[in-house]
Design a protein around this ligand. Structure first.
Ligand code: SAM
Ligand code: SF4
Length: 428
């Protein structure tokens, strides 16, 4: 979501004359968009500002802006602790960015951290989303009312807010007209989207009507909001990708309860089975928090066994990180060495599953959306339907096209192959 936000901030500040630069030693404004989900985020920001200070020691100081969730959580504190920072702007106040910059004077530092998602999206919808990527993000929902005991999101992104249906469809049309072939719908709880009776399932089916759009994804979902209407979309949709990122966090009901997750393993498995029944090729990825206070060998083994059973792909796993202001911040931590050992065990299992999955695709033909050229400009970078990175031999003309690719080799994170000419006559 920060990537989407950064692009939208750029769409806005362009109007007052800013241009992106790769030579940031020459920049006259430096904006740091920050994430607060796990520990050390705050320290990383100060560290980064320290680096900027050094770069600009002998030059005119740039305007330094800290945006995002660290800005929201720390607000005035940041301006006090690091006078090099000029403006602090929280994630629901980006509609004020241009005025804030224009009104800034060296004598008065500014902090904008109101929660005003309505005004933000009204403002941003009047400014064209200029993304010209083959795969574009589109935020449909922000904030969260679920208050899991470990999570800062309800405090930094604010209460749940769903954007108006039409506003989203207009942005999707716009992205399609600019060349997007894939739309990734975003929200902290993307499947809790509701606006005047419209749900995520309605949005998917409406976006599906856009001819230029070939692929639709959404992230991140909460298991409790995997309602039957959304599950049923997998029966009809031709464009919804068969990978569902559905964080479970733990395989133990006891831990889920301590986390205030509001779903049980049985409920999670129920969703899993319903979807597999519709299409057995659907795969799941997840997030896991390891070493949550109260996690014993028994609970940890339940998580391990759940991964073994469901064979999640492309998952994320983290050691629990206490966040200021959350309920879990005050809980007694389990031994760090133990958590680390458990994390390694979980990751080794997740990686093994991923390597095996990728290996099984060798010699097969896959549909790949070619997104761009690789950094060295020599090959093409694309993604499979399951979001796996695919590196291909082939000409630049294929960028923006979905091609059939023969997979030749693989490793844990990527597949390598070549475009199958015989199968791509129509698109080549
Ligand atoms: N809304 C989604 C859900 O409920 O499943 C998750 C969104 S959250 C922004 C992204 C992920 O960060 C979570 O799934 C969780 O695994 C991880 N996370 C959040 N707070 C954390 C914490 N305090 N320590 C470790 N990981 C955390
Ligand atoms: Fe955080 Fe997701 Fe829980 Fe909301 S539902 S509090 S975003 S982990």
């Amino acid at each position: 979501m920060n990537e989407y936000d950064s692009n939208r901030i750029y769409d806005s500040v362009k109007r007052i004359g800013f241009e992106k630069t790769d030579n940031y030693e020459d920049a006259n404004c430096y904006l740091l968009n920050t994430c607060h989900i796990r520990d050390k985020a705050k320290e990383k920001v100060y560290h980064e500002i320290g680096r900027v200070k050094k770069i600009f020691r002998a030059k005119k100081k740039p305007l330094v802006i800290v945006a995002g969730c660290v800005a929201q959580a720390e607000n005035q504190e940041m301006l006090k602790r690091e006078p090099y920072i000029d403006l602090v702007i929280g994630p629901q106040a980006y509609h004020k960015i241009n005025d804030t910059i224009l009104n800034y004077t060296e004598k008065q530092k500014i902090e904008e951290t109101d929660f005003d998602a309505v005004s933000k999206f009204e403002y941003l919808s009047r400014i064209k989303n200029q993304s010209s990527e083959s795969s574009s993000f589109l935020t449909i929902q922000e904030g969260c009312d679920k208050f899991c005991n470990f999570c800062v999101v309800p405090y930094t992104r604010g209460p749940e807010y769903s954007r108006p249906f039409k506003q989203i469809i207009n942005e999707a049309k716009n992205l399609a007209d600019q060349g997007s072939k894939e739309i990734v719908l975003l929200g902290q709880n993307v499947n809790s989207y509701k606006y005047n009776g419209f749900k995520l399932s309605d949005l998917i089916l409406e976006i599906e009507k856009l001819n230029q759009i070939q692929r639709i994804r959404y992230t991140t979902s909460h298991p409790k909001d995997m309602t039957d209407d959304l599950i049923d979309v997998y029966k009809y949709s031709k464009k919804l990708m068969p990978l569902i990122h559905l964080p479970v966090q733990s395989g133990s009901d006891k831990i889920l309860n301590l986390m205030n997750r509001k779903h049980s393993i049985k409920e999670y498995l129920n969703v899993y089975e319903k979807l597999k029944k519709i299409n057995s090729c659907i795969e799941f990825s997840s997030d896991f928090i390891i070493g949550y206070p109260g996690e014993d060998e028994r609970e940890f083994n339940q998580t391990y066994n759940l991964i073994k059973e469901l064979k999640f792909i492309n998952s994320y796993s983290f050691i629990f990180s206490p966040r200021p202001g959350t309920v879990a911040d005050k809980l007694k931590l389990i031994d760090k060495k133990k958590s680390l050992k458990r994390l390694k065990k979980i990751q080794s299992l997740l990686f093994k599953i991923q390597i095996k999955k990728n290996k099984s695709l060798e010699n097969k033909l896959l549909k790949v959306l070619v997104e761009n050229k690789t950094k060295d400009n020599k090959r093409l970078f694309g993604r499979s339907e399951y979001m796996t990175a695919v590196i291909l031999e082939g000409k630049e003309d294929y960028v923006g096209q979905t091609v059939n690719a023969r997979i030749i080799s693989s490793n844990q994170n990527s597949l390598f192959g070549k475009i199958d000419q015989s199968n791509n006559k129509k698109v080549a």
